[in-house]
Design a binder for this molecule. Structure first.
Ligand SMILES: Cc1cc2nc3c(=O)[nH]c(=O)nc-3n(C[C@H](O)[C@H](O)[C@H](O)COP(=O)(O)OP(=O)(O)OC[C@H]3O[C@@H](n4cnc5c(N)ncnc54)[C@H](O)[C@@H]3O)c2cc1C
Length: 404
């Protein structure tokens, strides 16, 4: 009789458990340190759970071993994942961006269908409130120790997730358990996270959203570029476009700067001409109204302050040089980057247990036969948009097959 221990009842662990139970495992023990399974899943996608992305490609993932994701994503691609969830009774909708959400718009629906599938399998035992403390190799299998009990198992799948989202269960346990059996890990960095910057201007703009082209640079070297929505916060910047850059910011080291182009569809010359037109048409207006109609009012006023112009200067008194400087600031608003909001606020961990130590075709350890890993504990992180959960589903599914 084969017993499989799966450590972590998050996205990848629940997928692995259901797959293992359907693939001939006699007994699946699913350990979860928190009081309930899938707690993090409920927080995903702002409570909506962006469970995958129809535009997924292996290039959406980052790792020291980038090709590692290919076999798992090919063995259980997006279409199969959606068929699998639909068969569990979940209805989904795909947004034009490719992001897939439950039709109910509630992450609960995703967790509920997984929970029902687990409860419906007599060979799965879910052990909540049982953190696995130690894992050891014994003759013919493994010893799994929790505070309460010790279990003997034939195979172990480590699905403990990463450090991101500490408030909803991100911990380092998975790294420690795998390291105790001889595995190694890369450096860990928070990713898909807000950036902290010089705060004077962001504070004044707190709550404002703007569409922008973003460039992250270290001195003169561009590290990353993206476009999309930026949200200003008390401590810096957030929003989908910022998340896209956050991995590069988190791993980039010191001396980073973020430049925002708020009028990305207009050349500086066009912006300057428009400012000249406004000065001519309404010379009685003051500087604080110069950008009204072009940008969010608070952003327009902040740009005037950024170029050290007084808000009450009549437009008639603004020289061509001043208007040129304002046009340049609209297209090149720079904020020195201090760092990120850290693992507590991050959605994913960049880095993890080295993938080269695992067989990409099976997710089995090359160091300890019979040991498998899946999900975020491995050195794989995806872009924002449902890619991290897809990695959890694909890698969890492959691991749950236990090399069969
Ligand atoms: C706020 C937030 C929003 C997100 N939104 C999205 C999104 O919309 N789309 C997307 O694709 N990704 C999103 N992500 C990322 C995604 O949730 C994770 O990448 C994914 O859940 C990783 O799956 P996993 O199974 O590896 O880990 P997890 O889902 O974190 O599960 C790991 C489980 O293991 C348990 N565990 C840890 N140690 C032990 C132990 N010693 N013993 C027993 N159990 C243990 C944990 O309690 C946890 O339940 C979001 C993340 C956060 C934090």
């Amino acid at each position: 009789m084969s017993t499989i221990a799966i450590i972590g009842a998050g996205a990848s662990g629940m997928m692995a458990a259901i797959t293992a139970a359907e693939n001939g495992a006699h007994r699946v023990l699913l350990f979860e340190r928190q009081a309930r399974a899938g707690r993090k899943l409920l927080s995903t996608g702002n409570g909506r759970c962006n469970l995958t992305n129809e535009g997924m490609t292996p290039e959406n993932y980052h790792s020291e071993t980038p090709d590692f994701v290919r076999p798992a994503l090919a063995a259980f691609p997006v279409a199969d994942t959606l068929d699998w969830f639909h068969a569990l009774g979940l209805l989904t909708v795909t947004e034009p961006s490719g992001r897939v959400y439950p039709l109910s718009d509630s992450a609960n629906s995703v967790l509920d269908v997984l929970r029902f599938a687990i409860e419906g399998k007599e060979n799965i035992t879910l052990l909540t409130g049982q953190p696995v403390l130690r894992l050891a190799r014994i003759s013919g299998g493994f010893r799994v120790e929790t505070e309460q009990e010790t279990y003997a198992c034939d195979n172990v799948i480590v699905a403990c997730g990463g450090m991101a989202g500490a408030k909803v269960g991100g911990v380092k346990d998975g790294y420690a358990l795998l390291q105790s059996l001889g595995h190694s890990r890369t450096a860990l960095h928070p990713a898909l996270v807000q950036l902290t910057t010089e705060t004077d201007f962001p504070k004044a703009l707190k709550g404002v959203r703007a569409d922008a082209r973003l460039t992250l640079a270290q001195k003169r070297t561009v590290l990353a570029r993206t476009e999309g929505e930026v949200q200003f916060t008390e401590k810096g910047v957030s929003g989908p476009a910022v998340f896209d850059l956050s991995r590069a910011a988190s791993t980039g080291g010191e001396g980073l700067g973020l430049t925002l182009d708020f009028l990305r569809d207009y050349a500086i010359r066009d912006v300057f001409d428009r400012l000249c037109d406004r000065r001519k048409a309404a010379p009685q207006l003051t500087a604080e109204d110069l950008l009204t109609g072009m940008l969010h009012n608070r952003l327009g006023r902040t740009i005037i302050r950024y170029v050290n112009q007084k808000a009450d200067t009549p437009l008639s008194e603004l020289s061509d040089a001043a208007l040129k400087e304002i046009a340049r600031a609209c297209k090149g608003f720079s904020l020195p980057v201090r760092g990120t909001e850290g693992f507590d606020s991050a959605q994913v961990t960049a880095g993890g247990i080295r993938c080269a130590e695992f067989d990409a075709q099976t997710m089995e350890s090359r160091i300890v036969p019979g040991l498998f890993a899946c999900g975020e504990v491995l050195d794989v992180d995806g872009d924002c948009g449902g890619f991290n959960l897809q990695w959890a589903w694909s890698s969890g599914h492959l691991a749950g097959r236990l090399g069969k």
